[in-house]
Design a protein around this ligand. Structure first.
Ligand code: SIN
Ligand code: MN
Length: 301
């Protein structure tokens, strides 16, 4: 898959690209059918919502479940990312966020690269977020919110929020969000046909199988899901190989330590049984929980 010059320019300008219906209903079904088994496990890799049994985020499914191991090597996902970086990539993080009907809690305003820098000592922004919808996303089930163009600011000030939700996050304060949204178009307006245009917050919505690529400095958030519709989505973070993390402060099931470039499978890999390794299928090894504050020797790594 080649990106057009218009898509590259759009990514530079807005900080994201949206590909509605990028994976077919048959391909998406293989993935969503594998989620209940993953979510049912009582393991550290399932983070549940505050005061609820609903899974907020599941980590490292690509090392546990074969369909997700194939998705992690899918050329329609990996291809455009390494094309944009002009370098091979490895998997830094792999999450399946539940945002379950009635229970899915908010994700406050944040940038992912802020966390990767502060916690993992990732040297530069050369890592990409990919979101793949496993359910239809509409205005009711907590769609992502982006501030277009906010990535050009680089890393903005953030504070470590350990209390609001069940997952700690470096979050951006409201004054700065107001400024960034104003700069991107404020509240926009309604045109003569009643369409909302030109606002400083956008929410890509579309059918299950849609994909978003978004810059690691793009400021984003999502509201809670009060609707009766689940909003399960995969978030993959792919890092340019030369930009690998330099510290293992977070456990390996959250921030990966295998910097081997991803080898892509053929385009039909979600529908055909190509062999893949799932080394953590029977549970996390002790090593996946270990952490260290030491900075790793960049020459040796
Ligand atoms: C994230 O920013 O990592 C998750 C946002 C969401 O699931 O809405
Ligand atoms: Mn994020």
């Amino acid at each position: 898959m080649r990106l057009t010059p218009e898509q590259r320019a759009q990514f530079e300008r807005d900080g994201y690209l949206f590909f509605p219906g990028h994976f077919s209903p048959e391909e998406t079904k293989v993935l969503i059918d594998a989620v209940p088994d993953l979510y049912s496990r009582r393991e550290a890799f399932n983070v549940r919502e505050k005061g609820s049994d609903a899974v907020r985020t599941n980590f490292a499914a690509h090392l546990i479940s074969e369909p997700f191991a194939r998705l992690a090597r899918h050329p329609r996902m990996v291809g455009p990312v390494s094309e944009l970086f002009e370098e091979q990539v490895y998997m830094h993080q792999f999450k399946i966020n539940g945002k379950m009907a009635f229970e899915g809690d908010v994700w406050q305003w944040h940038q992912d690269y802020g966390t990767w820098l502060n916690d993992d000592l990732m040297p530069t922004e050369r890592a990409m977020n990919v979101a793949i919808f496993l359910d239809d996303v509409n205005e009711h089930n907590g769609p992502l919110m982006f501030i277009p163009g906010s990535h050009v600011k680089g890393v903005v000030e953030a504070k470590h929020d350990l209390t609001t939700t069940s997952y700690p996050l470096w979050t951006v304060d409201n004054d700065l969000i107001r400024q960034l949204v104003d700069r991107a178009g404020g509240k926009g307006h309604y045109d003569a046909a009643g369409r909302h245009v030109g606002g400083g917050i956008v929410s890509p919505k579309g059918p299950a199988g849609s994909m978003i690529l978004f810059h690691s400095c793009l400021v984003h958030a999502s509201g809670s899901n009060l609707s009766p519709f689940n909003r399960v989505a995969v978030y993959l973070s792919l890092c340019a190989v030369g930009n690998h993390i330099r510290r293992f402060k977070r456990p390996e099931y959250i921030a990966h330590r295998d910097f081997t470039p991803i080898e892509m499978l053929p385009d039909d890999c979600l529908l055909a049984p190509y062999p893949v390794e799932v080394p953590w299928k029977n549970g996390l090894p002790e090593s996946a929980l270990a952490t260290s504050l030491e900075e790793i020797d960049t020459m040796a790594a």
